[in-house]
Design a protein around this ligand. Structure first.
Ligand SMILES: Nc1ncnc2c1ncn2[C@@H]1O[C@H](COP(=O)(O)OP(=O)(O)OP(=O)(O)O)[C@@H](O)[C@H]1O
Ligand SMILES: [Mg+2]
Length: 297
């Protein structure tokens, strides 16, 4: 469990993190989303005691990070994957981390296997690692202490599609086993697949938060049918506020299951049904439009 309350960080007159409050719960993956410069890394640094907060609190398992006994056995942190010592090999980095938490040597091989680094790769110096390999190693270092909480800043950065899939499975499994996962990203497509809950941040402020499914439902669905006039009438009657789309079909404020029930009841043949406009991406852009540096045309 991570509880953030009124967390604020000011640098002079600039407010990087502005009164942020949210909770990341056990058994769930919480996606922390925002455009570049939104304040994600700054907030995560405060959670892990790397940067003092100007005001507000960040509690992990009921205490500030710095008050946790042997914190790496409770919280796995990956804030800056390039921070690992470039002259050490991957194996050395993990061996050090394992020693710090009092884990045996077998732990290092277990973790290497878990993060998909071969023993040959583990003998290479970190300075020669690709970005994706560094992310895997950073995640490995976070996992060494078998923590119940993971705080990961842009963990999918630099991973290829196979790597992103692997990371997603790992984090989902981790949450399924009761772990708390908080991960940040500015790439919504990857978070949409892995997160249960979402916290959207723009210019230091939270612009939306909640269960992903509910947030997506608010963004509505796109639906089309063989008989568009009948579909439109049915959507109107159900109060789903249909709006015609330029390329056919409608957006409607409903969940996909509600549309399925409507189609069954009204005898409609649905030809297209999905989250509106590519899902979260559109919602994210609209929510943060004022905050983004570049607004997509
Ligand atoms: N030490 C500092 N001094 C002054 N300003 C800072 C400092 N650290 C961060 N900032 C500012 O705070 C804002 C938030 O930065 P932060 O790194 O938290 O954003 P982010 O959401 O992680 O962005 P990105 O997606 O690019 O990683 C930025 O405008 C940044 O310039
Ligand atoms: Mg960042």
């Amino acid at each position: 469990m991570i509880q953030i309350e009124n967390l604020t960080k000011r640098y002079g007159s600039f407010t990087a993190v502005d009164d942020v409050t949210f909770t990341a719960r056990p058994g769930r993956v919480t996606g922390f989303l925002g455009p570049n410069g939104a304040g994600k890394s700054t907030a995560m640094r405060m959670m892990c005691g790397l940067t003092p907060a100007t005001s507000g609190t960040a509690h992990i398992l009921g205490r500030p990070y710095r008050a946790l006994p042997n914190p790496t056995t409770h919280v796995g942190v990956m804030i800056d994957a390039s921070a690992q010592h470039a002259g050490r090999t991957g194996r050395e980095v993990l061996t050090l981390a394992a020693t710090l938490v009092g884990a045996g040597r077998g732990k290092v091989d277990e973790v290497l296997d878990r993060v998909g680094l071969s023993s040959r790769e583990a003998e290479r110096r970190v300075g020669n690692y690709s970005l994706g390999m560094r992310q895997r190693l950073g995640l490995g270092a976070a996992l060494v202490g078998d923590p119940g909480v993971l705080i990961l800043d842009e963990p999918a950065n630099g991973l290829d599609p196979g790597g992103i899939h692997w990371m997603r499975e790992l984090l989902r499994g981790y949450a399924r086993d009761g772990g708390t996962v908080l991960l940040s990203s500015h790439l919504l497509s990857e978070v949409e697949q892995v997160a249960d809950d979402l916290v959207l941040i723009g210019r230091g402020r939270i612009v939306a938060q909640g269960a992903k499914d509910e947030l997506l439902a608010e963004a509505g669905v796109v639906v089309d049918a063989t008989d568009r006039a009948a579909l439109h009438a049915a959507l109107e009657r159900a109060g789903f506020a249909p709006v015609a789309r330029p390329r056919g079909g409608f957006t409607a404020t409903a969940q996909t299951a509600q549309i399925g029930e409507l189609a069954l009841a009204e005898g409609l043949v649905i030809t297209d049904l999905g989250a509106a406009g590519g899902g979260l991406e559109e919602m994210f852009l609209s929510l943060t439009a004022d905050d983004a540096r570049e607004v997509a045309a």
